[in-house]
Design a binder for this molecule. Structure first.
Ligand code: CAA
Length: 259
């Protein structure tokens, strides 16, 4: 299958997916999300695929978030729908896939980009990568599962600090708090992910799938994702959201009124 915004190929039982919008720092626009949903489905349905490596084109960004240009005029119900559709078709679909996904974080992983990496089962980061959830700078909260998965990975205190300060952390700091499994030089990023999958490929595929499913089942007893989706939607009806996204698009600092 060919895609407009992704490069994908299967080699030696690994599906390689590269998000290919380098000029927009691989930001997730509608079309890219649609294609991601298709390729995730393909991974799940194709016996030849024993693992997936997901990365971003170029060496600057893994993914710099959801595409701000596409949602800057959304209202609350459109915002809620954006989060609901994206979570179901892409983020939860990765987490619930029977195939192990490794995020190879080659640069900025921000907002929806970090959320995409966190939906993957394992994360390997290049040493120059920067990670963060900057949504509150836009008058938003994370809407692709970030409030839930960051908390699961690093605990409540660090998750709240990262989300409400909108601070970016280095790959080394991310490894220290358990947000990424390994940090390696940029040139070794894909080979490190391949090394992990070379072990997985030797194991029983059905057992691998059931092991992933069982681990994930331990995490989602209450529906925090639903709370996040509704809260994300409500942000779109605020003056702060208008100001935050307008300031980003006008390349200036936002001045929030708290309304
Ligand atoms: N959406 C749309 N376009 C984006 C983008 C995004 N998330 N991130 C970067 N771009 C675009 C920029 O607009 C710019 O395009 P133009 O050349 O056409 O102006 C291009 O990518 C290069 O970006 P910069 O010029 O800003 O590059 P920089 O090196 O100065 O800064 C950066 C890099 C710090 C990553 C900065 O681009 C940035 O802060 N990006 C936004 C990060 C962000 O806020 N992400 C969260 C998005 S909201 C979200 O994800 C919601 C959710 O949870 C569902």
């Amino acid at each position: 299958m060919t895609y407009q915004n992704l490069i994908s190929e299967v080699k030696e039982n690994i599906l390689y997916i590269t998000i290919n919008r380098e000029k927009a720092l691989n930001a997730l626009n509608r079309d890219t999300l649609k294609e991601l949903a298709q390729v995730i489905q393909f991974a799940g349905d194709t016996a030849e695929v024993k693992g997936v490596i997901l990365t971003g084109a170029g060496d600057k960004a893994f993914v710099a978030g959801a595409d701000i240009k596409e949602f800057s005029d959304y209202d609350a119900s459109q915002g809620e729908q954006l989060a609901r559709d994206g979570q179901a078709a892409v983020f939860n679909a990765i987490e619930n896939s029977p195939k192990p996904f490794i995020a190879a974080i080659n640069g900025f992983a921000l907002g929806g980009g970090l959320e995409l990496a966190m939906a993957c089962h394992i994360r390997v980061a290049a040493d120059q990568a920067k990670l963060g959830l900057p949504e509150v700078t836009l008058g938003l909260i994370p809407g692709y599962g970030g409030t839930q998965r960051l908390t699961q990975l690093v605990g409540k205190g660090k998750a709240i600090e990262m989300i409400i300060t909108a601070g970016m952390i280095t790959a080394t700091e991310a490894e220290k708090i358990g947000l990424v499994n390994y940090v390696v030089p940029q040139g070794d990023l894909i080979s490190k992910a391949e090394e992990i999958l070379s072990l997985v490929k030797l194991r029983a595929p059905l057992a691998v799938a059931r092991a992933i499913r069982s681990v994930i089942a331990s995490l989602n007893e209450t529906d925090g994702y639903e709370v996040e989706i509704e809260s994300f939607g409500k942000c779109f009806d605020t003056a702060d959201f208008q100001e935050g996204t307008t300031a980003f698009l006008e390349k200036r600092k936002a001045v929030f009124s708290g309304k």
